[in-house]
Design a protein around this ligand. Structure first.
Ligand code: F0G
Length: 371
């Protein structure tokens, strides 16, 4: 059995690479699809709920799927520097893959609104960190402008190769379930990932989509093992929910800083995915997001970052209210690892943990008092 060496190697014939393309990879992809046991049982509905834990990618988020493709192509095209605007995860991923490729990464991040783990990653991998006095949307605008005036390749999801890499998450799910799920739930920020999943499912089902032509997917599965695609459901944080408002949001706010985005770049394609699939968009409050993050950590042992919990928060609500019917197979993408944002956990923990004396008596009474 060949060693797993990343998603481009695995899906070479589905991705825009040549036989001699130098692959820039950290072994991304191949993430676990975890079936929820305890949460599903307590819910009392007979849905099969799975979480695709993308936090287990090399830099701790789904961005690595897109970044391996984007940086591979940037290097193939002779680029010496990449650039992105980011709420954190894209910058961490860009920094790591640039380091791997031996090129430079410039990352624009919103001042004070990025989780500590993500900033640490960008710094540690040697990216040039440019902190702007503005939000992600302003950073995105600046990146597009500056890329016209400096020799840098944009690796945000407006880079079509990003979506090509990210579509492989849908392939993995179909292969593991041996069918497409009935519903696929994602947190939506810039809306690249929901677009990429729709491309992936459509490709697997042998159906063309506008987004796939755009993002240069050049092959479809020769024999589609399934003809069906899931309904795509996009959940947004209530303070950053342009898809629910039906219009761009100028001052997005949410505790889920990863999806603090008001002007999504893949606006049209995300709407198409929702319409073509018969899915919907909805919003979750910050309280619901944090409660679901905790529920997942405490009931299933899975620690995702706040933005990621948005998909499950929405899914659990829609299963309860019957919008997602009994008997459905539901996949929720957990986009990033909980360790990215330790501050949010510590902030909510309340009183600091009191030390006890380092004696058997003190430890014993601490245990007996809490059993
Ligand atoms: N979840 C996490 C953890 C993210 O980091 C992002 C996006 C999303 C969900 C939303 O995905 O943008 O494809 O709709 N983070 C970007 C970044 C914007 O800069 O790291 P999307």
């Amino acid at each position: 059995r060949p060693r797993y060496t990343g998603l481009i190697a695995k899906y070479k014939d589905r991705l825009p690479v040549k036989d001699d393309t130098r692959l820039i990879s950290l072994g991304e992809g191949n993430t676990p699809l975890i079936k929820l046991n305890n949460i599903a049982r307590e819910l009392g509905q007979d849905c099969d709920i799975y979480v695709k834990f993308e936090g287990l990618n090399p830099t701790g988020s789904f961005k690595d799927r897109g970044m391996t493709m984007a940086v591979t192509k940037a290097v193939e095209e002779g680029s010496r520097a990449i650039i992105c605007a980011s709420t954190g995860n894209t910058s961490a991923s860009a920094a790591a893959y640039a380091a791997r490729a031996g090129i430079k990464a410039f990352v624009l991040i919103p001042e004070g609104k990025i989780a500590m783990g993500k900033l640490a990653q960008a710094i540690m991998h040697g990216a040039e960190v440019i902190q702007i006095q503005g939000n992600f949307d302003e950073g995105m605008r600046l990146v597009k402008e500056v890329a016209g005036e400096a020799p840098v390749t944009i690796v945000n999801s407006i880079n079509p190769f990003r979506l090509q890499g990210q579509k492989t998450a849908a392939f993995e799910i179909v292969e593991e379930l041996e069918r497409a799920p009935d519903y696929h739930c994602l947190p939506v920020g810039n809306a690249g990932n929901i677009t990429a999943h729709w491309i992936g499912y459509s490709e697997y089902a042998g159906v063309d989509t506008a987004a796939n032509n755009y993002s240069q997917g050049h092959s479809r599965f020769a024999s589609a093992i399934v003809g069906t695609r899931p309904k795509m459901i996009g959940y947004q944080a209530a303070g950053s929910a342009p898809f629910i408002r039906g219009a761009m949001v100028d001052n997005p706010e949410t505790v889920a800083t990863a999806i603090r985005i008001g002007h999504p770049q893949s606006w049209d394609y995300a709407w198409k995915a929702q319409e073509e699939s018969g899915g919907w968009f909805d919003e979750c409050s910050d309280e619901e997001i944090l409660a679901t993050q905790r529920l997942l950590a405490q009931k299933e042992g899975v620690f995702c970052e706040p933005a990621s919990a948005t998909s499950l928060a929405g899914a659990l609500r829609d299963i309860k209210n019957g919008k997602i019917p009994e008997g459905s197979t539901v996949v929720c993408t957990l986009t990033g690892h909980g360790l990215k944002d330790p501050d949010i956990v510590i902030q909510q923990a309340g009183a600091p943990i009191k030390p006890v004396e380092a004696t058997l008596d003190a430890v014993k009474s601490a245990i007996l008092g809490r059993l």
